[in-house]
Write a protein that binds this ligand. Sequence first.
Ligand SMILES: NC(=O)c1ccc[n+]([C@@H]2O[C@H](COP(=O)([O-])OP(=O)(O)OC[C@H]3O[C@@H](n4cnc5c(N)ncnc54)[C@H](OP(=O)(O)O)[C@@H]3O)[C@@H](O)[C@H]2O)c1
Length: 265
Amino acid sequence: MRLLVTGAAGYVGSRVAALAADLGHEVVGASRSAGMPLDVTDRAATEDLVDRVRPDAIVHCAYRQGDWATTATGAAHVAGGAATSGARLVLVSTDLVFSGTKDRYLESDPPDPICAYGAAKAAAETVVAQVCPSYAVVRSSLVLGEGDSAPEQFVHRLAHAQARGALYTDEVRYPVHVDDLAAALVEVAVGEAHEHVGVLHVAGSEAVTRYRIGELVAARDGLDPLTIPGGPRGAAPGPAEVVLDTERTQALLRTRLRPVSEFLR
Ligand SMILES: NC(=O)c1ccc[n+]([C@@H]2O[C@H](COP(=O)([O-])OP(=O)(O)OC[C@H]3O[C@@H](n4cnc5c(N)ncnc54)[C@H](OP(=O)(O)O)[C@@H]3O)[C@@H](O)[C@H]2O)c1
């Protein structure tokens, strides 16, 4: 199958593109800086690219923190292109579409964002669901890997006094390994779950604080844990904790979503 990956220069997009190519799919990666040139804020150019590539499916990873035009409006442009060309569209979304006031969130729960990023992603989810007959929204949580993710690199910079700040002792996340997320996205876009329409929750099952992630990274990478500062999040924007219920999604997918203590060690 032919797969278009937006944001293919990024952390998740590059892994999705590499995995899909390994599995024998024809992959076209696009972003502003690498692969096919694409600026999703440009509606005509985005629709033109989708029309030229004629993908069977699109995994839409491109986004920019704090930029509604890229994250929300850009998703609308990609959705328009997908709908016109008849491509399936998989939107990568986030647990931060929720406020965290409920104990846990099902795939069917409506977003109630309390931060700008979550609001932009909630808008993106809405337009994708309205415009594309074949779509999936994949909500994820914090994405980690083998030392190459931004949060893991931040732990190293803190340990070497190359960054200031602290890891929150009262902000809880449900990390997912980047390879598990990439495998799930490929499965949903062009694999066994390519006919599923709707929302999926692709997050880890294990709760950890940001500080605990720092401890796990330090232990894995031989850093002195005493050099990792911890502290309260105070008035940091967004929810302190969002629990995505992953039971239904895990039952649907072949990809196993490993808990953080299994892959961060
Ligand atoms: N990382 C996480 O912890 C996490 C958690 C939950 C959900 N997600 C979601 O996962 C997706 C991928 O995240 P990531 O961590 O891989 O982000 P990332 O590494 O920052 O990659 C973002 C990508 O978007 C591209 N991009 C930015 N503006 C663009 C534009 N106007 N047009 C086209 N491409 C543009 C960037 O490349 P250029 O700058 O070259 O264009 C880059 O390739 C996002 O949708 C994010 O919301 C991530």
